[in-house]
Design a protein around this ligand. Sequence first.
Ligand SMILES: [Fe+2]
Ligand SMILES: [Fe+2]
Length: 165
Amino acid sequence: MDAIALLEEQHAEVMEMMELLKESSPGRERNETFKKLQRALMAHMVIEEELLYPVVASRTEEGEPVAEGYEEHSGARVSMTRCARALKEDDLFKVRIGVLKEMISHHVKEEREAILPQVRQVMDANERKELGAQMKALFEKVRRTGRAGAGLNRKTTARELRALS
Ligand SMILES: [Fe+2]
Ligand SMILES: [Fe+2]
């Protein structure tokens, strides 16, 4: 599958899960949906950080969108942890999941406007298909194991600087 189509499909999935969570009540169903969201979002960020962003940063002059992407992912990780801590407190959870949703929605818009067009520019259809396959495989692996590399946050600053250089 084309890398861009894959990412947009995942964006739609996580937005939908957050919409469901905003309407949810404390309990098993909320916990399970939240766990699904956490795994999907973490795996999505991992494939972008490991496979997509480096290609874009190395092939384009403008490093700022990618550097911002790393930073926004970092913020989303913090926000997700805060949601997880509020699962049982309904009002607080709704505030926090609402904020996470706003952050992600802003971030997706930026990717769509500033990063994905660059991908289209620097990679032809074959390359995008190959990247899509790699991303899909890594996504499934990370989602399945649930090991989304909490350590990635530690690498963020170095990656931002690399994107900017
Ligand atoms: Fe992203
Ligand atoms: Fe994304």
